[in-house]
Design a protein. Structure first.
Ligand SMILES: Cc1cc2nc3c(=O)[nH]c(=O)nc-3n(C[C@H](O)[C@H](O)[C@H](O)COP(=O)(O)O)c2cc1C
Length: 323
């Protein structure tokens, strides 16, 4: 039941993927996901230098025989290095799959494919999924409004976004936004997706970088503890609803400009994740927080999801038998 076009395409045991997570998705997490039968993406934008990025990829490789993926965020913000350099590293390091996001991957599809790198483009809407298919991407990941990170402008939930995307494209679709357990995995497969991708749930694992206070906050938070900020500057983000998020919402409601918001939104995540200073910066997190109740190892999380998926399937079969 858990074999799909995605498990075949990415050569993984389970259709469970860890999305790129700026700053915190380091070698330990990516390798742990691979060792547990999934696929994880390291975010290229995290690293101050190309040498640091290359070293982290190699570190992950030393920790697993499974796949080590790379996230290339094409959003035109201030980037530590040019995109071409990240593409070069992906090709030279023989990264099996690149997750692109933020903007159209048009310029990098050809060089990545020429080096045998597969491309999963992550999008916040059906029309962008169509573009990904037209450009020749091997798979598309669609995120719904629940997701941590960047949900897009249209505020369409995962429950609608996934089947609408499945209906619109022929390439395999990966579902993201709000997934945290095996019930969600079965639901995603039922909607026609061929894997789930998670960010928020993987943050609350032993191998993920992060201060214990931040992980504890994730465990104790509910599904209502996120904020959807920065839509007014056309860069919508779902973040933990801390003091900074509340301030940003207030400023946006009062019509603040990008220039006024910049000092408040700058430098996302580091102090929250690393130092546990929970009210110091914006920190990406999705509504799946409401489904997080512990901080397991990645293997415990993935094994549990697979077991839960089997139980959900049995429940569905039993319901069908009664009907
Ligand atoms: C802390 C954090 C950092 C993220 N950084 C990135 C990133 O650098 N690039 C990217 O494409 N997506 C990024 N994302 C989005 C995730 O890869 C993924 O799409 C999202 O978390 C899925 O929704 P979920 O949080 O409901 O599981 C980030 C998400 C979080 C929570």
């Amino acid at each position: 039941m858990l074999r799909t076009r995605i498990t075949k395409l990415f050569n993984i045991k389970y259709p469970i993927i860890c999305g790129g997570m700026y700053w915190i998705g380091r070698a330990e997490l990516i390798a742990a996901v691979a060792n547990a039968g999934g696929l994880g993406f390291m975010a290229a934008a995290t690293f101050d230098s190309l040498d640091d990025l290359r070293a982290e990829i190699r570190k992950a490789r030393d920790m697993t025989d499974g796949p080590v993926g790379l996230n290339i965020n094409l959003f035109p913000a201030i980037r530590p290095q040019p995109i071409e350099a990240w593409v070069e590293i992906a090709c030279e390091e023989k990264i099996p799959v690149v997750e692109t996001s933020g903007r159209s991957p048009e310029a990098i599809v050809e060089p990545l494919h020429a080096a045998g790198v597969k491309i999963m483009h992550k999008v916040p809407g059906v029309k962008y999924a169509r573009t990904a298919e037209r450009l020749g991407c091997d798979a598309v990941c669609v995120v719904g409004h629940e997701c941590g990170g960047h949900p897009g402008m249209d505020e369409v939930s995962t429950l609608v976004m996934v089947p609408a995307t499945v209906d619109a494209v022929g390439i395999p679709v990966v579902a993201a936004g709000g997934f945290a357990d095996g019930r969600g995995l079965v639901a995603a497969l039922a909607l026609g997706a061929e894997a789930v991708l998670m960010g928020t749930r993987f943050m609350a694992t032993q191998e993920c970088r992060g201060h214990p206070a931040w992980k504890e906050w994730l465990v104790n938070a509910s599904e209502t503890d996120t904020a959807y900020v920065m839509k007014t500057i056309k860069n919508p983000s779902r973040v933990a609803k801390n003091a900074v998020a509340v301030k940003v919402l207030e400023m946006e409601a009062q019509g603040a400009t990008l220039e006024e918001l910049l000092p408040v939104i700058a430098g996302q995540g580091g102090a929250v994740f690393d130092d546990g200073e929970l009210d110091s910066q914006l920190a990406s997190a999705g509504q799946a927080m409401g489904l997080i109740h512990d901080v397991p190892t990645v293997k415990e999380l993935i094994d549990r999801m697979v077991e839960e998926a089997a139980r959900s399937r049995d429940r569905l079969n039993a319901a069908a038998a009664v009907a």
